[in-house]
Design a binder for this molecule. Structure first.
Ligand SMILES: Nc1nc2c(ncn2[C@@H]2O[C@H](COP(=O)(O)OP(=O)(O)OP(=O)(O)O)[C@@H](O)[C@H]2O)c(=O)[nH]1
Length: 666
């Protein structure tokens, strides 16, 4: 074949390929107009409605790349418009780009939307408009913000695509950039690329080694297999050597494949840039060897449209499901919110309901021993905790009568010596001596019950407050009054317990009585030692150490000089020892009974009376407060209403699309 013929054939093939490409694009565009476009519009509408704030993720193409890798250049190539480009950080906020093909438009229409503003701009004004909007959102310097900016481009011949351009990743802050810029940018990027609904368009510069790219490292964290990652290799013109090998060996796991491009350079127009790109991949000795199905902006546009269509149809059923779930959850939450009370009768009814619920809970927790309301909160298993506290209290009271004498029975002998009556018979056991000793012993333990009372009421107060605050949480405006009522009541009841306990102690100190048969039994048993004891005292030949039941080994040598009084002292020690058991038992039982009785009174009537006095009172001020809804409840109600309205609207948007899809038989 002659050179001329070869050239002619090549030219013919080129034309054929261009024609085929154009036909493909037209077919794709037709199917887009017809089917995908309305779906894409619906998704954009959902995005505009901010359903993402409701936790519903939308299928999104997210553009990521290291700083200056050429992200904005790729987007401007796809959109056919000039975007702010340059060295250093240009994209400082997420830029949502909605490209819409409008074949009828002779001039492109551009709109910038942010912070509820819509600004119409032109191809020449777009760069400045984006810069101004970025400054407004993220400040004038080099700051970064997560508030997105939306750019709508309606133009003839653009692919129907919605993409989000994100700030480029940089490890080293340049002059004027915040120190934590890397963390800030990676947080934003992670937020966008983590949802499985996101397609990651990873922009890699041909001039760098792909495995060293931060953007690759990040996308691999959320998409290990690369099944939702597509790589665009920019600056093919700058580093053609080895590019073919780089994209064919695929060292970095790009599941959706590579597309190599050459963007606008310097002041080139969009058309000049496309021609230069085409020429480059056709004529460059190295680049022309790369398969044509993975080079050039038109191929990228086509791939993205296909991927977008696929991800949208995959995600749509899930979006419908999530909208419905969220809607019904919010609707039931709104329904469960407290009624907005409009009259005193309403308020009274709500108040009485609150009291009866609280009483029921307290009855279960503090009396009934049921803990179905707080199964995992041990602190709220009231009866169990109270019985533990009582057991501890009973252990703290000495079961044996406390004795302070260094030598056996010397305490008794001293008291007996002082209480000796002038007329009394020498062996007559004076009751005063017994009472003096008893008072002394009881005094030693008199602080124990008040400690117990303090701890027990602190616990009960905690339970009562938690229950009351829980049942009044719908009415935060009542909580301070409720708390005050509960604290006042507990204070009163605690003081009552102190009084009861004081009387118990005093009674034990001034009188000695018990009908408990255990007393006589124990005393008799203890007195069985008397003969041995007296023998040891009187018979000086006997050992001075003696084993006494209940006392262990005792030394009695010092008692031999008090022979007469020793017997009385022994008897007195045995009596007080036997009697002590009754004293301790009475102190524990009395206090326990008193606490249980008090808790019963509290639950069954006093708490209600106290709350009525505090909240209703003569001026009904608490009830009046119930009529004014608290700002937090009103805020929550408003939020739920707004969210429901938004979800309902979203549901309609999606329903229309689903109808359409069904009508087409997709
Ligand atoms: N020669 C050549 N230069 C390119 C190509 N793509 C981008 N550039 C240049 O690379 C520089 C950075 O491009 P941008 O598009 O601003 O990069 P970016 O990733 O958006 O930058 P940031 O948003 O700041 O991270 C610019 O000067 C572009 O002109 C390309 O394919 N070939």
């Amino acid at each position: 074949m002659t050179d001329k013929l070869i050239k002619k054939n090549r030219g013919h093939r080129k034309k054929e390929m261009a024609k085929a490409e154009a036909t493909n694009m037209t077919a794709l565009a037709a199917s887009y107009d017809d089917r995908i476009r309305p779906i894409l519009d619906a998704i954009d509408r959902l995005r505009h409605l901010k359903v993402m704030q409701e936790g519903i993720e939308l299928p999104t193409i997210v553009v990521v790349g290291d700083q200056s890798s050429g992200k904005s250049s790729v987007l401007e190539s796809l959109a056919g418009i000039n975007l702010p480009r340059g060295q250093g950080i240009c994209t400082r906020v997420p830029l949502i780009m909605r490209l819409q093909d409008h074949p009828s438009l002779s001039q492109p229409q551009l709109q910038l939307e942010y912070k509820d503003k819509t600004i119409t701009t032109s191809e020449t004004g777009i760069t400045n408009a984006i810069r101004a909007a970025t400054d407004e959102i993220a400040g004038n310097g080099k700051g970064i913000s997560n508030t997105p900016l939306t750019l709508v481009v309606k133009k003839s011949g653009v692919p129907d695509l919605t993409m989000v351009d994100l700030p480029g990743i940089t490890r080293v802050p340049v002059h004027g950039q915040p120190e934590n810029i890397y963390e800030k940018i990676s947080d934003i990027i992670m937020e966008y690329i983590t949802p499985k609904e996101s397609i990651i368009l990873n922009v890699l510069s041909a001039t760098v080694d792909f495995p060293t790219c931060e953007s690759i490292r990040m996308s691999q964290q959320v998409d290990r297999t690369g099944e939702r990652t597509l790589a665009v290799v920019t600056k093919a013109d700058k580093a053609p050597e080895g590019l073919l090998e780089k994209v064919t060996t695929d060292d970095v796991n790009i599941g959706l494949g590579y597309v190599c491009v050459r963007n606008r350079v310097g002041d080139e127009s969009y058309e000049q840039a496309r021609d230069a790109e085409k020429r480059l991949f056709e004529t460059h000795p190295l680049l022309s060897r790369i398969d044509k199905s993975i080079v050039g902006i038109p191929v990228l546009a086509q791939r993205l449209m296909q991927i977008q269509a696929a991800i949208i149809s995959k995600c749509l059923p899930d979006i419908v499901k999530k909208i419905n779930e969220k809607l019904s959850r919010n609707a039931s939450e709104l329904q469960q919110m407290p009624q907005n009370l409009s009259s005193m009768t309403d308020a009274m009814r709500a108040f009485m309901h609150m009291i009866s619920m609280a009483k029921e809970s307290l009855r279960k927790i503090l009396i009934g021993g049921e803990f179905d309301e707080f199964p995992d909160d041990m602190g709220m298993h009231g009866t169990a905790r109270m019985s533990e506290m009582l057991a501890k209290y009973s252990k703290e009271l000495p079961s044996k009568c406390p004795s302070s004498d260094e030598r056996f029975l010397m305490e008794e002998i001293a008291v007996l010596g002082e209480a000796k009556g002038i007329n009394g018979l020498p062996n007559f056991l004076p009751r005063t001596a017994f009472l003096i000793l008893l008072r002394r012993k009881v005094k030693e333990i008199s602080h124990t019950p008040s400690e117990f009372v303090r701890k027990m009421w602190a616990y009960i107060e905690d339970v009562v407050l938690r229950v009351l605050l829980h049942h009044s949480e719908d009415y935060p405006q009542l909580q301070s009054l409720t708390r005050r009522a509960a604290e006042n009541l507990i204070e009163k009841m605690r003081n009552r317990s102190y009084d009861v306990m004081k009387v118990s102690i005093e009674m034990e100190m001034v009188a000695d009585y018990t009908s408990n048969p255990d007393y006589m039994k124990t005393w008799t048993e203890l007195m069985n030692n008397r003969d041995d004891f007296m023998n040891a005292i009187e018979n000086h030949a006997k050992p001075t150490k003696l084993l006494l039941k209940g006392f262990g080994e005792v030394e009695i040598h010092h008692l031999r000089q008090y022979a007469a009084m020793a017997e009385q002292a022994f008897d007195m020690r045995m009596r007080i020892t036997a009697y002590w058991r009754s004293v301790v038992l009475r102190l524990v039982d009395n206090l326990a009974l008193h606490i249980l009785y008090s808790v019963n009174c509290l639950v069954e009537k006093e708490i209600e009376m106290e709350l009525v006095d505090e909240l209703v009172g003569p001026r009904m001020s608490g009830l009046e407060r119930m009529l004014e809804e608290s700002p937090s409840t009103a805020g929550k109600r408003e939020r739920l209403r707004k969210s429901i309205a938004l979800l309902k609207e979203s549901k309609q948007v999606v329903a229309k699309i689903m109808d359409r899809i069904e009508a087409h038989g997709d």
